[in-house]
Every structure is written in C-alpha cells, then in structure tokens.
Design a protein around this ligand. Structure first.
Ligand code: ARG
Length: 465
C-alpha cells in the first residue's frame, strides 16, 4: 500500500532504503508536545473562522489531548512507516475520531507545521538555558561573597602576573554568563514570530487568522513572509551560536578547574561528588566532570557548524535537507544544559586552599607593579623609569633567591637611593589587592560590592520571573 497521507498518486511502496533515509520520527518524536499544541491552536482557529465546524474542532481537540496523554504515559506506538511526528499524530487522530481528523490539515502543511514545532521547542530551550545560567550565576556570586578577600595569583600567559582575589575571578564568569543570557534573550525576541499558516510556501486561500494562532501559542506576531516562514532556520542557528559562546565560557572555567586541581598547582579541591578515581592508581582524584564539560563544547560548536553547512546552499523555500536541523541541535542543547549544570555543581562544591593560593600569589615577584607604582606616586618618577628601576630590583632579589618583601632596604637603595622603608607597605599581596580600587578592579571592597549588587539583581529577576 502506498502512504495514506500523501499516496494519492503513488501505486508502489517506498523502497526500504528510501524509508530509512526519509524517516525522522526517531528525532522529531521529541516535538510531540509542541506538535499537539500547535495543532490544537490551528483547529480552534479553523473553527472560529468557520473553516471547519465547531464540533469537528472539539473532537480534534479532545483526540489530540488523548494522544498527548498516551505519548506522555508511553502508551503510543510511533510508526516508522509514518515518517515523522506530524503524520504519526494525525494517523492516530484518525483512528480515534474518524474522518474529522482529515480536516485538521486544512490550510496547513508539514512545512509550516515543523517550523512552528521546532520554534516552540527552541523557545523552551532558551527559557531553560536562561534559568540554568541564572543558577550558575547565583552559585558563583555566593562563592564570591565568601572569597571577596581570598588572595590568589592572577595570570597572563599563564605566568604569575599580579595578585587578585578569588571572588573577583569568579565574578568574571558571572559577567560572561550575563552576556550569554543577553544573547539568548535577544535570540528569543527574533524567534518569537509564528510561521503557522504559511502553509506549504505561498500562504493559503482559506480565510485563516494567523494573528490568532500566533497569539494562542505565545508568539508576538505571525511572520510576514510565507516563503521566509517555512525556510528560515535562523532561530536555531542563532541559538546555537549563543550556545557555542556559552559553551566556550563553561569550557574555560572547566579548564581552570583542571589546572587548579592538578597536584602541580593544588589551589582548589573538588569533593568526591565531582571527582573520580582511577582503576589502577589508588591516589588519583580526577576532575572528570570538568574535563567532560570542556569536551562537550565540541558537540555544541559541531552542531552549529553542521547546521550552517546544511543551510548554506538552500534555495527558497522548504527543502528536505532542513529535516537534518534537529538531531545535532537537540544534542548540542542537551550537551550545553548538562555542562551548565555540572559547572554549577562544581562551583558550589569546590574548596580553595587559601594558604596555597596566597603563597602562589606572592611568587614570581607579583607585586613588582606595586613597587613601580610606589616609585611613581612617592618619588614622582615617570612610570617608564620606575619600571626600569623595579626591573633592576627584581633582578637583585632573583639573584639572592628572595621575594621582593624579603630584599633588604639597603639593596634597594643601592639601585634607587630615595627609596624608604615605607615601600614595604605595598609589597605584600594583601596590600596589593587592597589598592586595586579602580572601577572593576580586584580590591576586596569592590568585589564585595559587586557581589552584593549581583545578589540584588538576581533576586529581583527571580521575583519578576
Ligand atoms: N519531517 C520533516 C522535517 O523535519 C517535516 C516537513 C516535511 N515536509 C515535506 N514537505 N516533506 O523537515
């Protein structure tokens, strides 16, 4: 038998391989809730417009509810021969309510149907990601409050640069997550137009009300061009782009955790909850979760690349290539969601070794800039000269194998006679971070007020949300 949904002009069954390459139910079954919601809105609109009868619409609505609960309970048999979620639902609807089911597809095509289903799905992903990122931010902010004055080395080129506070370091990721959330929120605004009613590509001759279905499904308006409506996948690309940047942020923090937990560094410890052992080396505590977050980034970026490649050569309007938009995207979104949740857990869980951090912060002449700044401020030296003098003092300390604050005053004075013992006031790591009070700087006081501002902001959001 040929396909009963579109088999009118076919007399033969599709080849097995044809079925295999064409079938999408394994992936688009995840759109069942969205498919049913969109169909319910469509049927109600058709009845309101007098295109189908109120009683047909009522039966369609009831039948769709039954299917929703069947699928929810796992009582639904998805049939591969029916290709996709749209035809699986419609076929079951006709078993349940008979010929009225055939009226649901009036003024609609699978092209606008799949477009609206996937938009609804991605919109949910955007909302869930935003909530996950808010929780990630809250975890970071809490730890930043706790560690506003905990000193650690700040790095450039992964070489000790200047002391910073651990709270400041954590708040850097709060800012990144805020930009991520902004990108997801922007994507949501552009996504939130309804393609339903574009039909196959040209619109329809039926007097449908696209504004009504758009509103019923929470969209701001219907999309203005039917060709664009069925062929646009920008909303997936944009979400995956934002997701890729976000995944990169997760990966960077994951990488830092890997470095910090290495016994070579030993600045933080993860609890057993986020660590694994080795089957052969009993001493090992491996940061697997962080490593996997780092790796999952590849899936997200891969999904973006994959879809860009699918879309790049497609003429208007719908092309079957676009069926390949879902699997990679869904996997990419799932990978990001897991990455954010794992990072949130690790941030809550990690324990800095404050003594080690402080010792490391003082290594590598990390307060040399403070010495140069002191020369500028106290001796009114031009910064370039101060830089040179400091360089010589650092060389002298390195020669004797001592830290800057351990170098005798007379050794400094041999290089610059005007230096006084007051200089020792700026050479400790604590005084260094304390002095960095410029806006956005690492001073504990700044970190505290930034962290408190974030607490307020996140609280306000929660109340509004
Ligand atoms: N399964 C299809 C997809 O995901 C639905 C649209 C099919 N449209 C068509 N004209 N065959 O893209």
């Amino acid at each position: 038998m040929s396909n009963k949904m579109w088999g009118g002009r076919f007399s033969e069954r599709p080849d097995e391989i044809m079925e295999e390459i064409n079938v999408s139910i394994d992936v688009d079954r995840h759109l069942f809730a969205q498919d049913i919601a969109a169909s319910k809105a469509h049927a109600a609109m058709l009845a309101n417009q007098g295109i189908i009868t109120a009683s047909d619409a009522k039966n369609i609505g009831k039948g769709l509810d039954t299917i929703l609960s069947e699928i929810g309970k796992g009582d639904f048999t998805f049939k591969r021969a029916l290709e996709d979620i749209h035809m699986n639902v419609e076929s079951r609807l006709s078993e349940l309510i008979g010929p009225a089911a055939g009226r649901l597809h009036t003024a609609r095509s699978r092209n606008d149907q799949v477009a609206i289903d996937f938009r609804l799905y991605v919109r949910d992903v955007l909302d869930e990601t935003d909530a996950a990122l808010a929780a990630f931010q809250a975890a970071l902010v809490n730890r930043a409050l706790e560690h506003a004055a905990t000193v650690m080395p700040g790095f450039t080129h992964l070489q000790t640069a200047q002391p910073v506070t651990f709270g400041h370091h954590l708040l850097a990721y709060v800012e990144m997550a805020a930009r991520d959330r902004g990108r997801f929120q922007d994507a949501r605004k552009r996504l939130n137009e309804s393609p339903l009613g574009a039909a196959a590509l040209a619109g329809t001759s039926f007097p449908i009300d696209r504004h009504a279905t758009a509103k019923a499904l929470g969209f701001d308006r219907p999309m203005a061009n039917s060709l664009d409506a069925v062929s646009d996948r920008d909303f997936v690309l944009e979400t995956l782009s934002a997701a890729s940047i976000c995944a990169v942020h997760m990966s960077r923090l994951a990488e830092e955790i890997v470095i910090w937990t290495s016994p070579l560094v030993g600045m933080i410890r993860l609890s057993d909850k986020f660590t694994t052992g080795s089957s052969i080396m009993p001493q090992k505590r491996n940061p697997d979760a962080a490593e996997l977050v780092r790796a999952k980034t590849g899936r997200v970026i891969g999904a973006l690349n994959g879809l860009l490649i699918v879309m790049k050569g497609l003429p208007l309007a719908y092309q079957k290539d676009m069926q390949e938009d879902k699997q990679g995207a869904m996997e990419g979104f799932a990978a990001l969601s897991l990455a954010i949740r794992a990072m949130t857990g690790m941030v809550r869980d990690l324990e800095p070794d404050e003594a080690k951090m402080k010792a490391a912060a003082g290594e590598g002449y990390s307060t040399a800039t403070d010495l140069a700044d002191w020369l500028v401020r106290t001796l009114k030296m031009p910064f370039r000269d101060a830089h040179h003098v400091t360089g010589r003092i650092v060389a002298k300390a390195a020669e004797g194998g001592v830290a800057l604050h351990e170098l005798p005053l007379k050794d400094m004075q041999a290089i610059e006679p005007k230096i006084t013992k007051d200089v020792f006031g700026v050479l400790s790591v604590e005084s260094s971070v304390k002095s960095r009070t410029s806006f956005g700087g690492t001073a504990p006081k700044n970190v505290m007020s930034q962290a408190k501002a974030w607490v307020k902001r996140l609280e306000k959001e929660r109340k509004l949300g």
